[in-house]
Design a binder for this molecule. Structure first.
Ligand SMILES: Cc1ncc(COP(=O)(O)O)c(C=O)c1O
Length: 449
């Protein structure tokens, strides 16, 4: 790739972005006077373009911004709205519940339906609700430490599990653990709470767990946030065996990998965790989280937890399991997490990947693709990464920003932050996917000419 040409093309797309989004810019300038650096949530600053696009409304797989630009959405609220924006069945269920009360710190009859459904879908017998996937992970870690009486958590290099302090740790170039770059204002260096190893390294896993001082391994069944890294043959079996042998609890975070199957990706690949955490899409767009535990863990908790102090035990909060969130999960499981929807989403992702691979081949690009069900991506290297460090080699921020903005300026929103990633909601059409392929092809031609 000619980097000079890439920079010029990127500059051009930045200009187009500014021209197309004058009202979003005005809104940003006003926001700068009331929000820290102009955004209501700090990581919105990371959207390419200089300021975020301001949304007017979103339905199905589409949204319109306040400059009246129209978009096909392949980001879907970073999968919070995986099955479509403004899903009518979720809106109706939430609305009906709202008329009867928003939150009670008491369950409704819907809670038990949701508990049974979580059990049926994901295979773990006992559940708790949370308000986000981060929450679910935090609570699961706390319980794991309580049960095992051990201090450490083990995570994989370049994982992401939400704003979980223990998980903000990476390996430096010589393989030593260090606080992750960008880890703001931590009180305790995560080196003191966490062990970190590379994904797919069975030997490292054995060594990390052999002292029996690790309460839990917190892992996605395949890494997703540094780009997709699949477990190699034999890895999940080893993960299960070594955690069991050392009395370490295995927490599987399905927040992203749930795109790999309606019962989660772990189930698809035959991995049985001790605890399972999730959030985002299960509320159809309403904030929710959930975590399930095995029979054995449930028994230890029930037998040993002090019920007189459970309100200050550090699991759950006042609005956790509020009636609105619970109603949203029910509607979402009933109407969105359906076989018909999932089949369509996977088939649309087949088409998305095929389109990308066609262009990669046509222009002989040194790039590769990966997918987990209806989540797909292309990375800026051919080699399939074995772990987080290898996945990081694909990082090319200029290329990423150029391709992202080129698509955005032509009415396509992709997922932000690392590789170019997309999820395919069932609200998309094959025409939308073809449009994406065409725009992607044009963006490459533009670079080459
Ligand atoms: C694997 C994984 N777990 C947990 C989270 C946290 O989700 P939330 O920010 O909704 O709490 C994320 C966020 O992207 C994630 O990718």
């Amino acid at each position: 790739m000619n980097r000079e040409k890439l920079r010029k093309c990127l500059e051009q797309e930045r200009k187009v972005f500014i021209k197309m989004h004058p009202k979003s810019k005005e809104n940003f300038q006003r926001s700068e006077k009331c929000y820290l650096d102009g955004v209501p949530m700090y990581w919105m600053l990371k959207w390419p373009g200089g300021y975020p696009v301001v949304v007017k409304e979103a339905y199905g797989a589409y949204f319109t911004d306040i400059d009246d630009n129209e978009y096909i959405d392949f980001c879907m609220g970073y999968s919070g709205a995986l099955f479509g924006h403004t899903p009518p069945q979720v809106i109706d269920a939430v609305h009906n519940q709202m008329k009867k009360g928003l939150t009670y710190t008491l369950p409704t009859e819907t809670d038990v339906w949701v508990g049974e459904e979580l059990q049926r879908r994901f295979g773990l017998p006992y559940w708790q609700l949370a308000l986000s996937a981060t929450d679910a992970n935090r609570f699961a870690i706390r319980l794991a430490r309580f049960i095992t009486k051990r201090k450490y958590v083990l995570v994989f290099n370049w994982c992401y599990h939400g704003t979980v302090d223990e998980a903000f740790i990476t390996l430096d170039e010589s393989g030593r653990p260090e606080s992750r770059i960008g880890n703001l204002g931590f009180g305790i260096n995560p080196r003191e709470t966490t062990k970190v190893i590379e994904f797919n390294d069975i030997e490292a896993l054995k060594v990390a767990l052999e002292n029996k001082d690790v309460a839990c391994v917190l892992a996605e069944p395949a890494l997703t946030n540094i780009g997709i890294v699949y477990p190699q043959r034999g890895y999940v079996e080893a993960l299960k065996k070594i955690t069991e042998e050392t009395g370490t609890l295995l927490i599987i975070d399905e927040t992203h990998t749930i795109t790999g199957g309606l019962g989660g990706y772990a189930k698809e690949i035959g991995l049985k965790p001790d605890m399972l955490t999730m959030g985002k899409p299960i509320g159809g767009g309403i904030p929710v989280g959930a975590y399930g535990v095995s029979e054995k863990i449930a028994k230890v908790i029930s037998d040993t937890i002090d019920r007189s102090t459970i309100d200050v035990a550090g699991i759950g909060g006042t609005l956790t399991a509020n009636a609105v969130s619970v109603a949203a999960i029910k509607a979402s499981f009933e109407h969105l997490f359906t076989d018909a929807n999932y089949k369509k989403m996977v088939s649309l992702m087949d088409q998305w990947i095929k389109g990308i691979e066609g262009v990669i081949k046509e222009f002989d690009l040194p790039w590769g693709t990966a997918r987990i069900g209806c989540r797909g991506e292309y990375r800026f290297m051919k080699k399939e990464p074995l772990n987080g460090t290898e996945a990081l080699e694909a990082e090319d921020l200029e290329m990423y920003e150029y391709l992202f903005l080129y698509a955005l300026n032509r009415g396509i929103l992709l997922s932000p932050y690392f590789n170019i990633m997309a999820v395919t909601s069932p609200e998309l059409s094959e025409k939308d996917i073809s449009h994406h392929t065409q725009v992607f092809r044009e963006s490459i031609i533009n670079l080459m000419k």
